[in-house]
Design a protein around this ligand. Structure first.
Ligand SMILES: Cc1cc2nc3c(=O)[nH]c(=O)nc-3n(C[C@H](O)[C@H](O)[C@H](O)COP(=O)(O)O)c2cc1C
Length: 174
């Protein structure tokens, strides 16, 4: 069985997709992997909008103007519900962190299933709000494109570029 480290290293940002649709069972499996994600105080301040419908998908594509996004058969839009996010005593809202966790569960589960994803945060949030007719309290925080990778050599050099453990990990003394 694949170790978690192998799975984590296998995931990369897929920006090339086959026309092949994502099977319903696989999509449901990924969504279930997201549903069980942890969140601050277990408040689960999230909604996942599965976008496959041609008209809505086209509108979402217009919020992030990249040709490759049009290839992805599915776009998952992660909405944070700021009314429901846990707030620490200093007022810090943890919704963004929670959304990061649920989306990452799904992204890694997709890799396990032979699917590919790419995180997208550089979309136009106002356009997205308009396309989805969102109320103020729901913030579109991230998208994941989802589908079968068309080419494994799609990996960018960024994928292999990570800081060393010496640079990012400190034991005990700050
Ligand atoms: C929070 C977040 C936002 C991102 N937004 C975008 C984006 O808008 N467009 C894009 O092409 N990639 C986006 N990425 C993908 C990163 O560029 C990518 O994860 C990073 O360069 C490492 O490459 P890898 O995912 O192939 O390992 C985003 C990733 C994260 C985690």
């Amino acid at each position: 069985m694949e170790s978690f480290l192998e799975l984590a290293k296998k995931r990369y940002s897929v920006r090339n997709y086959l026309l092949k649709p994502v099977e319903e069972e696989k999509l449901n499996y990924l969504l279930e992997c997201g549903r069980v994600a942890p969140s601050a105080a277990n408040y689960q301040p999230w909604l996942i909008h599965v976008v496959r419908d041609h008209d809505l998908k086209k509108k979402i594509e217009e919020t992030y103007n990249r040709e490759w996004l049009k290839q992805a058969p599915v776009i998952l839009v992660f909405l944070g519900d700021h009314r429901k996010g846990w707030r620490r005593s200093d007022g810090k809202d943890h919704t963004d962190i929670d959304i990061g966790i649920i989306a990452d569960h799904i992204s890694l589960a997709a890799t396990e299933q032979g699917l590919g994803t790419c995180w997208i945060c550089n979309f136009d949030p106002a356009k997205c709000r308009q396309a989805m007719n969102l109320p103020d309290y729901l913030e579109p925080i991230a998208y994941l494109s989802l589908g079968y990778p068309s080419d494994l050599t799609d990996q960018t050099s960024r994928h292999l570029k990570r800081k060393s453990s010496e640079e990012i990990i400190k034991f005990d003394q700050f």
